[in-house]
Design a protein around this ligand. Sequence first.
Ligand SMILES: [Zn+2]
Ligand SMILES: [Zn+2]
Length: 151
Amino acid sequence: MASFFEELTKSIVGDSSLQGLSPEEKHQLSELKKEIEEEKNIQRSFYIQIGQKYTDLFGNQPHEALEALCSYIAESLEKVRQKEHQIKVIKNSKICPQCEKECDPMDVYCSGCGTDIRQTKTLQGKSTHCLQCQHALVPGALFCSGCGTRV
Ligand SMILES: [Zn+2]
Ligand SMILES: [Zn+2]
């Protein structure tokens, strides 16, 4: 931000149309421009909040003037959802069947709701615990090291 204001001050000092101004006036100008920029930043943050609120409330049935913008947002949200899902698949996470919380593959209980998730398959479709004895399986193992059952 500092460099932006430095640029602003430079542009005022270097502006030939302002040559008749006293240093105080130039300083005032730069202060005013700085304050305007700060207000604009505040406005931007509120515009973003309005946009998010509008999308939450009316994103499914937007005013026709906002249909295109809302559909861009919806598309982008969907892309993020897909990419977040890809991350969960790569991490081989488990999704709790009760509360849908993302859990580590070797977790015994869901950290969100306490459900036993030993028999929940990971997003890569893998079993992490033996069906017979609930023993934790070594990744890639063909037999359970607890009871010898083929897995
Ligand atoms: Zn849960
Ligand atoms: Zn077993």
